[in-house]
Design a protein around this ligand. Sequence first.
Ligand SMILES: Cc1ncc(CO)c(N)n1
Length: 242
Amino acid sequence: MTQIPDIARSPAATDPLSPMKPGAFSTKAWQDNLTLYETIRTMPFNEELAAGTLSKARFTQYIVQDAHYLIGFGRALAIAAAKAPHPDQIVQFSKGAEVAIVVERSLHGSFFDDFGITQDMFETTPVSPGCSHYVSYLLATAWSEPYEVVLAALLPCFWIYAEIGRDIHARASENNPYQAWIDTYAGEEFHDAVRAMIATTDAAAAAASANNLARMHFSYRRATQLEYMFWDSAYRLEDWPV
Ligand SMILES: Cc1ncc(CO)c(N)n1
């Protein structure tokens, strides 16, 4: 059996979230996008988040946009649930939608309190171009593409956050102001959901046509690019130019 070298994993990965099975969709998707993952891992937003030096303005921009994002992400998961051919996956994705909206709302809510962001400020802050692009892409894919392609578009939202979460957790500064965020995405509860998402996507890919498999790889890459753009747009305090 072909051994996949360690380099195929993120540098900080000690307990791989995916077993990196040869031939699995997730293995190829991870390897094909490794350079992009490394760019995300070392981008200023994540370097400064790990160091605890990320400005309050940038984190506030991020957390407000992320609260908008999670509503769209939850909606896309609900569409995946509706498209799922097997009842176990209806449960998996509708629970995922619930977690995205309810559980993460509480994480964001506590940051909202800490940073003095009111519900009114949240509701009146427009969705940024980067956030809008990502949510629009997920929803367009969820509504119009086959089930397995929808899963491939949703996978980076889970997997990238888990890998970034534990990478940052391993190197985070003491008394990091963003520790609650880091702990959420480095935590076992989130990682269990990520492992289940990888397994379900791999199972769907194994039954996909060659055409849909190619579309899955496209969607996985596009969503990974949009993850980069989401963080980058928050870092740049992005607003609409007109
Ligand atoms: C933009 C973005 N992607 C993924 C996650 C993880 O759920 C998140 N909270 N925000």
